[in-house]
Design a protein around this ligand. Structure first.
Ligand code: UD1
Length: 434
């Protein structure tokens, strides 16, 4: 099984270019099948989650063409939207965003039949709000044997929907279905993440009429059809944040290119509190740190609050600060599974309920550790790069779900990381690196 082999201790230096946002891409690729015309999408990150979603839409009859590494052309004309339609490919149950196909197919064909979503195991991840939204629009939604969701409607009619919890997935999914519903839908208490705005902008480019994305009230006036479009996905806020924390944890100096600095404000301000320097340019940020890092408090919140998807990477960095930090996870209930792995590397972290109490240590020590989910995996890579000595990280498939060419980008910054798939290869790597 493939592992990352890492020798830590080097300050990362240089430039790295951020890929398109995975979570925006997943919504946009699903939305692309809502027209029978050709859609060309640029800046699609080449990660396993997007590959899985593209394979799923191909399986149901969409034409998918890779125009270059990051540009995909999609045509949903070949999808047959009758009772034979079923999304249940080999890997689709492994990704969470398969749920966007429910909203997209229901909007277009008034019918969807999709395997229940999987994704990272970071606690209970219900989709009751998505279902409630579809039902309010007039669909009958059932979970049938074999773990599938079947949603069916005579027609979808716009309504007023209040989300009890701020949910990224439910906001996007309801927006998708409502785009082709009859009349006006209002989504209240909507999520405001940058990728919500990106999916709304994409739908509008296809002819939808969506206003207010990025605020907590989104108004969708249904249209009768969507048309072809060309669109470029926004840069990935979380990939950028991951490299920002990596620069700080290794006391490096990294220019992170192709970002929207505004999307990074919550992360930048915490890194500045820790004593790092963050310089914003138009579409890049430079992050530098040296010497002692200061502790701080973090609480994850929906955007514009501190993103839960950056919690683990930040905690891995705070574990090297001089003092005690408190990290509170308020979105997901099981998002501290990386802590025991960091403790194997010498971290001093105690978890109490949804809070991690982090007593900073001077150094991590290299160890054999295992990624439990995507962002947890990224946090372990950060720790291993900052550690004294060699580490191996198992289950890197989780990391590859959301980071494009992660090891290559880190090597570009001078980090010692390689993919190995046996103990022998690891020993060879150790001899080579010395
Ligand atoms: C999305 C992101 C994920 C990110 C998360 C929060 C994608 C593919 N994934 O996940 O990377 O960590 O947003 O920013 O974009 N909830 C319910 N009922 C529902 C839906 C959600 O109770 O029907 C709860 C969840 O359990 C959680 C909270 O709402 O406590 C927020 O979840 P949500 O924003 O929906 O996250 P995801 O869409 O799963």
């Amino acid at each position: 099984m493939e592992q990352y082999a890492i020798k830590g201790g080097k300050a990362l230096e240089g430039e790295v270019t951020i890929a398109g946002a995975k979570n925006a891409a997943l919504g946009i690729l699903a939305a692309a099948i809502m027209t029978d015309e050709k859609v060309v999408i640029e800046n699609v990150p080449d990660v396993s989650d997007t590959r899985t979603l593209l394979a799923a839409i191909q399986d149901i009859g969409a034409t998918v063409e890779h125009l270059d590494e990051h540009t995909v052309s999609i045509c949903g004309k070949g999808i047959v939207g009758d009772d034979t339609l079923s999304v249940d490919g080999k890997n689709i149950r492994k990704i969470r965003a398969s749920y966007y196909l429910i909203g997209a197919l229901l909007g277009k064909y008034n019918y969807a039949n999709v395997a229940l979503p999987g994704g990272c195991d970071i606690g209970t991840r219900p989709i009751d709000l998505h279902i409630k939204g579809f039902e309010t629009l007039g669909a009958d939604v059932k979970i049938i044997q074999g773990g599938k969701i079947v949603a069916r409607a005579e027609k979808l009619v716009g309504k007023h929907i209040y989300l009890d919890t701020v949910s990224v997935g439910a906001t996007i999914n309801i927006m998708l279905a409502a785009a082709l519903a009859e009349g006006k839908t209002t989504i209240e208490n909507a999520a405001k993440e940058p990728h919500i705005v990106d999916v709304a902008n994409f739908l509008n480019t296809m002819g939808a009429n969506i206003k207010g994305a990025g605020t907590d009230v989104i108004r969708v006036r249904g249209v009768s059809r969507l048309h072809g479009a060309e669109y470029s996905i926004i840069p990935d806020q979380i990939e950028a944040g991951t490299f920002m924390t990596m620069a700080v944890a290794t006391r490096g100096n990294v220019l992170i290119k192709n970002v929207i600095p505004k999307h990074l404000e919550a992360i930048s301000s915490k890194l500045i509190e820790m004593g790092a320097t963050v310089i914003e340019y138009d579409d890049s940020v430079r992050v530098m740190a040296d010497g002692v890092l200061k502790p701080t408090q973090i609480k994850t919140l929906p955007y514009p609050g501190f993103p839960t998807d950056m919690q683990a990477q930040m905690a891995a960095t705070l574990a090297l600060s001089d003092g005690t930090s408190i990290v509170t996870e308020s979105i997901f209930e099981n998002r501290f599974r990386y802590v025991q792995e960091l403790c194997k590397m010498g971290a001093d972290i105690r978890v109490e309920g949804n809070t991690a109490i982090i007593h900073g240590v001077e150094k991590y020590l290299g160890a054999s550790i295992v990624a439990s989910d995507l962002r947890a995996g990224a946090a372990l890579v950060i720790a291993a790069l900052a550690a004294d000595g060699f580490s191996t990280i198992d289950d890197i498939k989780f990391i590859q779900r959301g980071y494009e060419n992660f090891d290559e980008k880190i090597r570009g910054l001078g980090g010692d990381i390689e993919i190995v798939d046996s103990e022998r290869e690891f020993q060879k790597y150790k001899l080579k690196i010395g």
